[in-house]
Design a binder for this molecule. Structure first.
Ligand code: NAD
Length: 496
């Protein structure tokens, strides 16, 4: 199918083409003959228009009672629920992961909507006793202004909703700049927000690549930036945002490990490793990309793992029975191929996979065989760098302490996992694994919408998405004092 449909930006309540008149094409990565549509390749001027519209709309949106804003988000959740299968099918078509996973992606958005709706009736501040007579003291939560939300393609619904629902709930207006790989999902999401009643100018959608992204960060009318993407881009975003003193939340790359101890339930660990490493074709920020095996179970576990890996079925994610979809793009395919060469050259042992899959229909897309390297050293490039594909590096260890050192010996700190029956190791892992998330007896993937999500080291800059914590990022704390004594009372002066 070759759609010639032209999609638009949504700015100040009007669907409109880019000032550049240029577009980019959106393809199905499982079959590049399938053209989904053409989207605006936006330039500085488009973002400036969107930011100005958002600034104007903010003036009245900030005054809408938070529970009423929450009601709109509840409606958005209901609409996502009603359109879940339809939206998920389009997402699979656009970015490749299997239908069950894109349905999960939409479900995460639904859960986030319902959480946000109830947060409208919380948004707690504090009341605290004043140190002076007849004086009342409290803190309240206020919106900040225009939120620039820049998102990647691997969770085209969950990640935008993680940012945009809390931003709106807190009373900010939004400029949304999605990834060029998943513009259709962004379009469908904005349709839902409009139908849910989010007013004109409060949500603005600007498609495009790095020019649009850069201007979202630089524009003077944008007050804060919530970014998810690679650590390299995130670092540029932070530098640029500093020039206009913006608040910035960065959620970036990962190099996550599963540790399997010799006392672990190996069948359970096997299911977890397969899901963590090859779910979403390894293109999750929390994907399992290193597997640390205790020397006593190393050979046995590896044998079990290879058998199961070779049974995984590659194919179009909207077809029944498919386990693993394609990589998202040709660029991503080349990147993964490059790491296979690096792994071989550095001396790791390629045990299975390692090639583009080209049999039959697969030749039309960016399919790659699930790949396992054994004999990897902790400091090889395939054990250190984010590959973002279905490639697992297996490292052998002797003690829990050694496994902890290896797990921590990377620049990222997103997710981590330990399989053991020993409660002492479980608690030591929760304390000592340098990561924003630690799972015990579960894979590195599986975040829940109502808990904080994010990472340490070069994965993040201290903020979190999800749960209660993200509402702090999208709101400002204001301290208010009401003196009803009728006379001048001086704090910070020695009254005692
Ligand atoms: P990317 O960094 O290439 O792009 C992310 C977004 O930034 C896109 O919308 C892109 O257009 C925009 N962008 C590009 N250059 C920009 C610039 N100079 N200024 C502003 N915006 C710019 O990342 P990607 O390939 O879309 O996504 C994959 C990466 O995202 C991986 O590194 C993955 O680990 C990470 N990721 C992290 C999380 C997390 O929560 N930690 C979640 C998902 C993905």
């Amino acid at each position: 199918m070759k759609s010639t449909e032209e999609f638009k930006n949504y700015i100040g309540g009007v669907w409109q083409a880019s000032a550049s008149k240029k577009t980019f094409v959106d393809l199905n990565p499982a079959n590049t003959d399938d053209v989904i549509g053409h989207f605006p390749n936006s330039v500085k001027k488009d973002v400036a228009l969107a930011a100005a519209a958002a600034k104007e709309a903010y003036k009245s949106w900030r005054l809408v009672p938070a529970p009423k804003r929450g009601d709109m988000l509840r409606k958005a959740g209901l609409l996502l629920e009603a359109r879940k299968d339809e939206i998920a099918r389009e997402m699979t078509r656009e970015m490749g992961k299997v239908f069950a996973e894109t349905k999960g992606d939409v479900q995460e958005g639904i859960d986030t909507a319902y959480y946000a709706a109830t947060e409208g009736r919380r948004l707690f501040g504090h009341t605290v006793p004043s140190e002076l007579h007849d004086k009342f003291a409290m803190s309240i939560r206020q919106p900040i202004g225009v939120a620039g939300c820049i998102t990647p393609w691997n969770f085209p619904m969950a990640i935008p909703t993680w940012k945009i629902f809390p931003a709106l709930l807190c009373g900010n207006s939004v400029v949304f700049k999605p990834a060029t790989e998943t513009p259709k999902a962004a379009h469908l999401f904005v349709e839902v927000l409009i139908e849910a009643g989010v007013p004109e100018g409060v949500i603005n959608l600007v498609h495009g690549g790095d020019e649009a992204g850069k201007e979202t960060v630089a524009n003077e009318n944008v007050d804060l930036i919530s970014f998810t993407g690679s650590s390299e881009t995130g670092s540029m975003v932070a530098k640029s945002a500093a020039e206009t003193y913006k608040r910035v939340s960065l959620e970036m790359g990962g190099k996550n490990a599963v540790v399997v101890m010799d006392d672990a339930d190996l069948k359970l660990a096997l299911d977890g490793v397969l899901w963590g490493a090859f779910g979403t074709t390894g293109q999750r920020c929390t994907a399992t990309s290193r597997l640390l095996l205790h020397e006593k179970i190393h050979d046995k576990f590896l044998e079990m793992l290879i058998k199961r890996t070779e049974k995984l079925k590659l194919g179009y994610g909207n077809d029944a029975g498919v386990d693993v979809g394609p990589l998202v793009s040709e660029a991503q395919l080349k990147r993964v191929q490059g790491y296979i060469e690096i792994g071989k050259r550095d001396g790791a042992k390629l045990l299975t996979g390692g090639k583009q899959a080209t049999t039959g229909e697969l030749r039309k897309g960016f399919f790659f065989e699930p790949t396992i390297f054994a004999g990897a050293e902790w400091d090889m490039r395939i054990s250190q760098e984010e590959i973002f594909g279905p490639v697992l590096s297996v490292i052998k260890f002797k003690t829990f302490e050694e496994a902890t050192r290896i797990l921590n010996g990377v620049k990222y700190g997103l997710s981590s996992s330990l399989y053991t029956k020993d409660v002492r190791y479980a608690f030591a892992a929760m304390r000592d694994f340098e990561a924003g998330i630690t799972y015990i007896n579960a894979p590195t993937i599986g975040a829940e919408a109502h808990l904080p999500f994010g990472g340490t080291k070069q994965t993040g800059n201290g903020h979190r998405e999800g749960g209660w914590q993200v509402y702090e990022f999208f709101s400002e704390t204001k301290t208010c004092y009401i003196d009803f004594s009728g006379s001048l009372q001086r704090a910070q002066i020695d009254n005692y």
